[in-house]
Ligand binder design. Structure first.
Ligand code: LRH
Length: 486
């Protein structure tokens, strides 16, 4: 009997991977993931200083990965997820007009006020449900309107949809990622004609919205030839990586909070309906749409980006420090010596994080982290405090009680951070799966292809089988010290 095999394409801001997944609901493992290709990623400044993704190069990596994934046997489906909010503009013939601008570029700074003059923030929140992030697509498009490509832009595709277009020739807007643009109407799950009209965005710029689990198309003849694959279907999954990550949470009940921990840490709860109160807006909580009608009520915490960017800067100066070594040394240092607001906009753009952390430490009268290990300790502690606040706010504002916190994604391997999170929040942390995003991607396409069935909790149960999860109990004496920080 042939197992059902799928390929998950999962692109993150610092690395991308293609994973071959074998799905067998009758086996003790349920889903087995095998990474076939991994490549690094990062935005680069172009000649004019604009930060861009080299999506064409990433697509070449994706094709190689798909080829490798198919070498072990036929694929029943392909699903794609990436980070949210970014997009490519296409001309009338479907050609990409320029490599996509990366969300950490500063181009929106000058247009946010203009957008808010057309649509006041409170009104915008009522329609879109999105927290204010300066890089939300709505602001990026406003900057684009003043740029050279706008007149030739007939179509916009969010990045996973753009990759799917290149694979299949079909253009769609997948729902979970579309919600991250702040141009979707929360109440209908479709593009807001009203917002688009008031912001002079042509109504048909983005293609119609499809639900995760929709078949987008099949591989084009050209892609088949380049990958050695057949006419494999490409399915829309939770194409916003965070949607797929949260779909993989190995929870049995509903009383959980999650931290999707990668470049960002997305911290919140899963709800059936959005929270659109003024208090929620003021607390900068977002209502992102998830798979199967769920709402991810969460806040973006700046995440391990601050540390990976520090490592990049040290390496540039000839001081390579591996993450394992850094964390082992940080674990020897006293906790909470310096706790900073890592969500401050200063930490959003690429650059000299150790220096920015030092400046924040000085201005708040705390010891300046000097060595790499001290910087790591400071980042971990600051994240733990940000997690504590986000979980407290999410539960208070939504009324959802939580008894456990699931950490999924690459950051689930970080034992120091997981224990600090458990201690700071005062709840057990369950860490894993590490490749949560790929797992969530696979669960949704496997159901669409008929290899799995059931609701989200049934999918989660299959995905959870055989996972090496780790549990961190909160140390209650430590909890008091964390709580005292705020
Ligand atoms: C995480 C993520 C997050 C978004 C950000 C742009 O990768 O998708 O959910 O807010 O990137």
């Amino acid at each position: 009997e042939q197992v059902a095999a799928f390929a998950a394409v999962d692109l993150g801001a610092t690395s991308g991977r293609v994973i071959r997944a074998e799905v067998d609901p009758s086996s003790s493992d349920g889903v087995v993931l095998r990474e076939v290709v991994r490549f690094s990623n990062g935005a680069q400044a172009d000649d004019g200083g604009t930060l861009r993704w080299d999506l064409s190069a990433l697509f070449a990596e994706v094709l190689q990965g798909l080829q490798a994934a198919g070498e072990a046997g036929p694929l029943l489906g392909i699903g794609i997820d990436t980070w949210a909010v970014d997009y490519g503009l296409l001309d009338a013939t479907g050609e990409l007009l320029a490599e996509p601008v990366a969300y950490r570029d500063s181009r929106t700074e000058l247009v946010i006020e203009q957008v808010h003059a057309s649509v006041p923030p409170a009104e915008l929140y009522g329609i879109s449900g999105m927290q204010h992030l300066p890089f939300n697509t709505i602001y990026q498009l406003a900057a684009e309107q003043q740029g050279p490509l706008w007149d030739r832009a007939d179509h916009a595709l969010l990045l996973p949809d753009l990759l799917a277009y290149w694979l299949t020739g079909e253009r769609v807007s997948e729902l979970t990622n579309a919600s991250s643009t702040a141009l979707l109407d929360q109440r209908t799950g479709h593009w807001s004609a009203e917002l688009m009209d008031r912001l002079d965005v042509p109504a048909g710029l983005f293609p119609p919205v499809v639900q995760p689990g929709t078949q987008i198309g099949t591989l084009t003849a050209d892609v088949q030839q380049r990958t050695g694959l057949g006419a494999v279907p490409v399915y829309a999954v939770g194409s916003h990586d965070t949607a797929s990550a949260v779909a993989s949470v190995p929870a049995t009940g509903r009383d959980f909070a999650y931290i999707s921990s990668g470049t960002w840490s997305l911290v919140g709860v899963e709800l059936d309906a959005p929270v659109l109160t003024e208090e929620s807006r003021a607390a900068n909580f977002t209502n992102e749409l998830g798979v199967d009608g769920t709402v991810r009520y969460l806040r973006n915490v700046m995440g391990l980006w601050v540390l990976s960017e520090s490592q990049r800067v040290w390496a540039e100066r000839g001081q390579e420090v591996g993450i394992e070594e850094l964390l082992a040394e940080a674990a020897q240092l006293p906790a909470r010596r310096t706790v900073l607001d890592v969500d401050h906009p200063d930490f959003l753009p690429p650059g000299d994080m150790p220096e920015r952390l030092a400046a924040h430490a000085r201005s708040t009268g705390q010891p300046v982290p000097e060595s790499p290990a001290e910087v790591a300790r400071c980042v971990i502690d600051s994240l733990a405090v940000a997690y504590r606040r986000a979980v407290a706010d999410a539960t208070r504002l939504s009324g959802r009680d939580v008894s456990v916190v699931h950490v999924v994604g690459g950051g689930s391997k970080n034992a120091l951070l997981c224990q600090a999170a458990a201690d700071a929040i005062g709840l057990p942390v369950i860490a894993g799966p590490e490749e949560g995003t790929a797992l969530g991607n696979v669960l949704v396409q496997a159901r669409a292809a008929g290899a799995l069935n059931g609701d989200l909790s049934a999918l989660r149960a299959v995905g959870a089988r055989g996972l090496p999860l780790r549990r961190y109990e909160p140390d209650l004496s430590e909890h008091e010290a964390w709580a005292a920080v705020g």
